[in-house]
Design a protein around this ligand. Sequence first.
Ligand code: 13P
Ligand code: SF4
Length: 299
Amino acid sequence: MNKEKLDILKKERDTVILAHYYVDDSIQKIADYVGDSFYLAQVATKLKEKNIIVAGVYFMGESVKILNPDKKVYLVNTRADCPMAHMVNINTIEEMRNKYKDLAVVCYINSTAEIKSHSDICVTSANAVKIVKELPEKNIFFIPDGNLAKYVEKLIPEKNIIANKGYCPVHNRVSVKEINNLKMKYKNAKVLAHPECKKEVLDLADYVGSTSGIIKEAASSNLKEFIIITEVGIKYELLKNYPDKKFYFLDNMICDDMKLLKLEDLLNIMENGGNEVFVNEEILEKAKIPLNRMLKLGD
Ligand code: 13P
Ligand code: SF4
């Protein structure tokens, strides 16, 4: 489908497309908004269209629905789910609440709607440090990502950060050896890493930040070469905007779930519907509170 036809269809169907940087280039190319998890959550609160197609994993569709309960939200592929979103359970949260009086449950947006509904505030990798710093509670149960929790702990030593044991399978498997090999190969390159990586990997990075943060850092740096330690999908945005710079990636940093999304399925949903996201009303009302708190504090 050419761009003109697609734009007509979007208008006819009153539809807008949001996409995460990790989805296939063909989808990023036709999306109306492309960004990191925080940007997509912010955009989701300002849309005028009645129908929203989310090109991302399941929790992203749920978050958009929670922020737009009166709109129809669709996922490109409902089987595309972030494994980390399920790496904490409600019993563990309750145990922690019983153990500490002065506790905030800080929930990475990569989590199910139900987990969010039991949390005090959401964060993304773009704002976790800023938000945790501003919370009045000393004890922070950081769920589900243990690596992001440890990164926050390093930057805010005055808080008692209790790290859950979840992890992103894509970022967690990066090793120190792999980074050192890339550094040896590309001696002039700056290392930009996502905080879902392990601490020992982040210790080797020159910059740590969300996908948007990594892109901004590459844009503003005077250097020309970068080792990018995150999912390979962000290469599209980097090369599109900075064709004179060089970006080196690790071969195995591919999120299989994000790659389940196909352009033909997206176009089919736009024409015929399907894959609508529903969130239980009670969960939605409760999960809205930590998400809105993040939107207020996170910028
Ligand atoms: P950001 O979008 O916050 O950079 O996080 C990356 C990610 O893993 C999304 O699933
Ligand atoms: Fe989840 Fe990791 Fe894939 Fe992001 S990259 S969706 S955190 S598995």
